[in-house]
Every structure is written in C-alpha cells, then in structure tokens.
Design a binder for this molecule. Structure first.
Ligand SMILES: C[S@@+](CC[C@H](N)C(=O)[O-])C[C@H]1O[C@@H](n2cnc3c(N)ncnc32)[C@H](O)[C@@H]1O
Length: 278
C-alpha cells in the first residue's frame, strides 16, 4: 500500500532525525536508497515518488536505530573495503579504510615473489585475506580468528567473492600451532580495556575485536614476541597499531634485533602500521 510520504519528504524527515550525525543528508539518502533497493542517485532523481507503507516503516526503524548509534554498515548489511563489498554484521568488526595500508604493502611485497604464504591473523569479516586473495592470484592465503562467529562471516564473504577455495580458514589463538609464512598481517585488538568499555565503538562492535588489555598492548606484544619463529627468511610482519607507537617500535627492536623495524604513518600522518622485515 502506498503512503502519502514522498521520497523528498522522507529524506527531509531523515535529516531531522539524524541531525546529530556528521552527515545527516548522506546517511538519510543512503538508508532510504537501501530500503528502496535503489541507488542514492535514484533517490535524488525521484523526489516526488510515493513510498510504500512497508518501505516507510523499515526506513523509519533504521533511522531510529542509527539515531541510537547503530553503525551505518550494520544497518546496510554491507561495507566497502579496498573497493570490495563485504557482508558485515555483529559477528565481526566493520573494516576501516586505514586498514587498507596492510593490503597495499602486502601486495607490493608479495607481488615480487611467486606463491607467497600469507596469513591474516584476526581476520574478522575476512577483509584483508579476501582482498589479498583477489589481488594476488598465486599467493597461498590463510585467515585465522579465535572467534568462530567471525570465521563464519569471513567464509560467507569468501564465497561471495569466489575465493573460498583460495583461503584456508583456521580457528586459532593468534599464531599458536601455525606454520611459517612470508607475510604475517594483523589488525589486532589494540584499544585499552577502558576505551573498549567507554568508547561508542565498544557498544556496537564485538569487544573481542577491540580490547587489547589494560594498556591495549597484550595482543600486540604476543604477536611481536612470537612472529619471529613463524616468518620465513626475508619475511615481513605488517601490523596495524593504535597509540603507543614508540613503545611498540622498542618492543619490535627488542624481539627482532637485526631486522628492519619501522612504523609507517597513514594518510592523516598518524603512526598506523608496524612493518618488520627479517
Ligand atoms: C580489530 S579486529 C580486525 C578484524 C579484521 N582483520 C579487520 O581488519 O577489519 C581484531 C580481530 O582479532 C580477533 N581476535 C581477538 N583475539 C584473538 C586471538 N587471541 N587470536 C586470534 N584472533 C583474535 C577478533 O575476533 C577480531 O576479529
């Protein structure tokens, strides 16, 4: 049944509900487009079209959820990472653009060798591993997570992108019982427990994906201290980091001695990725 609400009225209503968001118009249009199963440009081009009662109800429900802080990607059910569309839901962290650095550096390193063995530790929805499998056709890609839920989402994404048979999914605690690799990638939980409990991100995304212990370094330290015996000669560890970059670099130099250790900044100039090459 048609309602008496047009696309334009619905967008205006969405903008007022989402007034506290950074981009209320964009979010209202994206959500409406999603419920209409149309593109955002279709929404802009059809201001006078009347919405059905069903569309209006589901759109209003998602506006309310968004207003209460539910992340837009969870409402849409998908998000883009490295130009690839991933199914996302509460089982795993929403992949962030800054993590694309790990993929870019891995491609550049692995592109110089044949059949590189690469592992993505804490794969979440599978973003890093799947982006690598799609861009490195001859690489041997492994993806691990301690969370069974995250792994099931990652497997779904690998099927979506037809790389299920290119990736070995493993349930494991970090590098425990893993073999040797040319590249170890990781975007580990690196918030402090306090941050994971108080920041808005901790209310909506899995705590297991965020909480790095009292000073945020528990998992980072465990990876750095064990990675050496899981890297082939000339291998690299590429790990996203949060704060404490100088502490982390010291830790890397302590465990890796003669290896080349550096912290690479992201596009905003923030120290973002630890790179160790043995
Ligand atoms: C920050 S999320 C990263 C997810 C994904 N790689 C990304 O970049 O979007 C960290 C991931 O590490 C996983 N994790 C946490 N503790 C772990 C552990 N001890 N061993 C393996 N994975 C772990 C979490 O389940 C989560 O999926």
């Amino acid at each position: 049944m048609k309602s008496d609400c047009t696309v334009l009225k619905a967008v205006h209503h969405g903008i007022s509900v989402l007034a506290s968001s950074d981009k209320p118009q964009l979010e209202a249009e994206v959500l409406l487009a999603h419920h209409l199963n149309e593109s955002r440009s279709w929404v802009a081009a059809h201001p006078e079209t009347f919405l059905s009662e069903t569309t209006l109800t589901s759109y209003n429900d998602s506006l309310q959820l968004r207003n209460r802080g539910e992340p837009l990607p969870y409402l849409l059910g998908y998000w883009e990472f490295f130009g690839i569309k991933f199914t996302v839901d509460k089982r795993a962290l929403i992949p962030r653009p800054e993590t694309e650095m790990i993929v870019e550096h891995s491609i550049s390193i692995a592109g110089k060798h044949m059949n590189s063995r690469i592992v993505d530790i804490g794969t979440g929805c599978g973003a890093i591993a799947i982006a690598l499998a799609l861009n490195l056709p001859d690489a041997l890609v492994f993806a691990s997570d301690i969370s069974r839920d995250a792994l099931s989402l990652a497997r779904t994404n690998s099927l979506r992108h037809a790389v299920r048979n290119r990736i070995d999914f493993i349930q494991a605690d970090l590098l425990n019982s893993m073999g040797k690799f040319d590249i170890i990638c990781a975007n580990p939980p690196y918030l402090t427990t306090q941050e994971a409990c108080t920041l808005p991100v901790g209310k909506h995304e899995p705590r297991l994906a965020l909480d790095g212990g009292p000073n945020g370094l528990n998992i980072v330290r465990e990876i750095i201290s064990t990675a050496g015996k899981h890297l082939n000669d000339g291998g690299s560890l590429l790990m996203e980091i949060g704060n404490s970059s100088s502490k982390i670099l010291k830790m890397a130099n302590f465990y890796f001695g003669s290896a080349e250790c550096s912290v690479i900044p992201d596009l905003a100039g923030r120290p973002r990725m630890l790179k160790i090459t043995t």
